[in-house]
Design a protein around this ligand. Structure first.
Ligand code: ADP
Ligand code: 5GP
Length: 195
């Protein structure tokens, strides 16, 4: 990546460079809940909106929670190099639109991505200065309870996500920081301090 520049094209000094923060963690750990809580108190925190081939859950809005696209549209985003990173997760594809992220960083604003482990690894290799934050559950049993209790996925999808979760939990040491999601309020405050 090129060095971020301010609006006036003056290079931002290294100690003032805006941060790109990646928040990852197993499905159901509470990533969306924590980020939504943080942004209610701090609407200025900018979160990248991903593209996905997954169907919207009740209440999810196009352009707000995700850009919901079909397979053909996703193929085009990939072919045109419009995604900073993308990955297949539990049967659907997800990707980060490149342009909005680079524009925010160039404008000197911090950027938050909420993406899976594969995406976090891709960002680490293309943007080594990115900060990787892992959101961990208080226990395996609590993760199962949360994912099941959310009630948004069929039992076989929950099983698939829990299988992926075991791999994700094993990769915690690859991250710069771990936050344990016991209290949404506490974790949101800790995340805000890291941005
Ligand atoms: P993710 O975005 O990581 O897949 P969600 O934010 O959808 O997870 O949270 C999954 C479920 O867990 C939701 O029902 C949410 O209300 C609940 N949840 C999130 N954080 C906590 C917490 N700290 N304590 C108890 N329940 C939580
Ligand atoms: P969900 O279907 O529960 O919204 O998301 C499933 C997983 O995909 C979560 O781990 C979420 O963080 C991840 N995800 C969401 N957007 C992206 C993205 O743009 N890129 C990648 N790699 N993962 C994403």
């Amino acid at each position: 990546m090129t060095t971020p520049v301010s609006r006036g094209e003056t290079p931002v000094p290294p100690d003032r460079q805006p941060r790109l923060t990646v928040l990852s963690g197993p499905s159901g750990v509470g990533k969306s809940t924590v980020v939504a809580h943080l942004r209610r108190a701090h609407p200025e925190v900018w979160l990248s909106v991903s593209a996905t081939t997954r169907r919207p859950r009740p209440g999810e809005r196009h352009g707000v929670h995700y850009f919901f696209v079909d397979d053909e549209e996703f193929d085009k985003l990939v072919a045109n190099g419009e995604l900073l990173e993308w990955a297949e997760f539990a049967g659907n594809r997800y990707g980060t639109p490149r342009r909005a992220v680079l524009e925010k960083l160039a404008a000197g604003e911090p950027v938050l991505l909420e993406i899976d482990l594969q995406g976090a690894r891709l960002v680490r290799s293309s943007m080594p200065e990115a900060q990787l934050v892992f959101l961990a559950p208080p226990s395996w049993e609590e993760l199962v309870r949360r994912l099941t209790g959310r009630g948004t996925e069929a039992p076989e999808v929950i099983e698939r996500r829990l299988t992926v979760a075991r791999t994700e939990l094993a990769a915690e040491s690859e991250f710069d920081t771990t936050l344990v999601n016991t209290s949404v309020e506490d974790v949101a405050a800790e995340l805000l301090a890291l941005l």
